[in-house]
Design a protein around this ligand. Structure first.
Ligand code: ME8
Length: 506
């Protein structure tokens, strides 16, 4: 049996175009999934769209379109995020698909059969923009405490889920599984929220119909979050299918939707007797040039536009390197340009370019190495344990730390090159030059393999330049020293990372 891994993005509301937030979560999940695959795991990476609820119904009405037709159109924009960000998602689920509706219905029936669903009357406030119920006390200035958007008074017959029955069970679970909610600061927030007491949740609506009908009572549609959360199971054919081998998943979500994933979803799963997710990781929010992203400021970052201008690998690198995963951060073009120029063009691209140009010009194939010096051994020693270190950071979704660790050896490679001066050795000691270039080329395999999940296109180009074919290695562990074939031809390389300018700066 091979080892399995499963990672999910939230399913996005297709009520506008995909923005930096969706690109961010999806890229983080993609890097993780690519790393796992390279590390020998049978991996499933899921994303999709959340297509029910009043918010979607109203967006379609506003566009003057029939709801399903509206969704089918806008859905394409979300699928396009995969080529734009180079995402390797294995599946894309839409909650209006039959496979999802069937399983959401089954989930409802399971909860009902287990005695956790009952009918009553709901009266309270509802924010359509957040698709969330609020009590009078929770409102801030009569508006949603989360988004500041208006709320509507709702009074109708409704089914309820017995959340209150899970208060202690959830607290026990968080205690026994300290890594379940990450980062730790968010975990504490959730715990205090639950300790304040959980009320039963209204899980159906009667005043609109854009949703999955409640089984046996089609006057009601399911509350959109109950429907949406189930997507993580419907994509793998719960309760019985080959794909159930991937469960439990890691859910990556934005901090604003952590409660749904860390409280409601685990309670539903406990009620349905399904094992709980491995982890729920909440990331922070991006501002743009120091301000909240908003159409009125004209500072909304469009993934398509920035990847076209600066390159997909460059944007993938920047968003995962710039801020620690879990914290908020600012997307600034100056910082982006600085990182591309210093980390990618200078430290990495230029290094490969200098070494491989010398090899192409002076040797023409992978150079033969001779006796290693202390300096060579010291440099090679820096790669000891690097795969394990990066693996550990990836396990903890600490993408910025994984990149920091990789860049430690990128900087060492530059120092080693500058200290050994192979361009001087070319005249004085060509055999020694060959050894230095060979040591560097061998070390590039580690660097190339480790950056591959982050920057797949650039890594493929580097592999080709090193004449190191993917068929030569199956896992990260194959990036070991002195395994390149000396017969392999090395051609004059072309630059992979170019310097850029801030096109918007005056
Ligand atoms: O919440 N920076 O969908 P959604 C970082 N359908 N992340 C951001 C962001 C920003 N500026 N703005 C938004 C939903 N996000 C539900 C999910 S899952 C069963 C259902 C993130 O399209 C936000 O935190 O409104 C969330 O994780 C994601 O974008 C999708 O938000």
């Amino acid at each position: 049996m091979s080892k399995t891994a499963y990672i999910t993005t939230p399913i996005y509301y297709p009520s506008g175009n995909p923005h930096l937030g969706s690109a961010y979560t999806s890229t983080a999940c993609d890097v993780w999934a690519r790393f796992k695959r390279l590390d020998g795991f049978d991996t499933l990476f899921l994303t999709g769209t959340d297509e029910h609820g009043l918010k979607i119904q109203r967006s379609a009405e506003k566009a003057g379109m029939e709801t399903q037709a509206y969704l089918d159109g806008i859905n394409e924009k979300f699928r396009e995020l995969s080529p734009i960000m180079n995402l390797s998602n294995d599946d894309f689920i839409r909650t209006t698909e039959q496979r999802h509706k069937d399983i959401a219905t089954k989930m409802w029936q399971t909860l009902e059969k287990a005695g956790y669903i009952y009918k009553d009357k709901y009266a309270g406030w509802y924010s359509v923009s957040d698709e969330t119920y609020y009590t009078e006390e929770q409102l801030v200035d009569g508006k949603s405490p989360d988004s500041g958007h208006p709320v509507e008074w709702v009074e109708e017959e409704s089914y309820f889920f017995k959340m209150s029955a899970f208060e202690q069970k959830l607290l026990d679970f968080y205690e026994q599984n300290p890594n379940f909610i990450q980062p730790a600061s968010r975990r504490n927030e959730v715990i205090s929220f639950v300790k304040n007491g959980l009320e039963d949740v209204s899980v159906s609506r009667t005043t609109f119909n854009w949703g999955i009908p409640v089984p046996g009572d089609d006057k009601h549609v399911m509350y959109v979050w109950v429907d949406a959360l189930t997507n993580y199971l419907s994509a793998i054919g719960w309760p019985e299918s080959d794909k159930m081998k991937y469960w439990p998943a890691i859910h990556v979500v934005g901090k604003d939707i952590l409660r749904f994933h860390a409280i409601i979803w685990p309670a539903m799963l406990m009620a349905a007797e399904v094992p709980l997710p491995k982890q729920v990781y909440a990331h922070g929010w991006w501002t743009s040039e120091g301000k909240k992203m908003s159409k009125s400021f004209g500072n909304v970052i469009d993934p398509k536009e920035v990847t076209e201008t600066y390159g997909t690998d460059q944007i993938r690198y920047f968003i995962l390197r710039e801020i620690s995963f879990g914290s908020d951060g600012d997307f600034s073009k100056d910082r982006l340009v600085e990182r591309i120029n210093s980390d990618l063009a200078n430290s990495l691209g230029n290094l490969y370019q200098r070494v491989l140009s010398m090899v192409a010009k002076n040797v023409g194939h992978v150079p033969q190495h001779q006796n290693l010096t202390e300096a060579d051994e010291a440099y090679i020693g820096q790669f000891n344990g690097i795969i394990g270190d990066v693996r550990q950071e990836m396990e903890a979704l600490q993408f910025h730390k994984a990149l920091e660790r990789i860049w430690q050896v990128v900087y060492s490679a530059n120092q080693y090159m500058d200290a050994q001066e192979p361009w001087v050795l070319r005249k004085t000691d060509p055999e020694r030059m060959a050894t230095v270039l060979r040591v560097l080329m061998e070390s590039f395999k580690y660097i190339t393999a480790l950056i591959k999940p982050f920057m797949p296109e650039a890594a493929s180009k580097f592999e080709a330049q090193l004449n190191w074919q993917v068929t030569d290695y199956k896992t990260l562990e194959d990036a070991d020293f002195f395994s390149l074939n000396v017969e392999s031809e090395i051609q004059k390389p072309s630059g992979v990372f170019m310097r850029v300018e801030n096109k918007e700066a005056a």
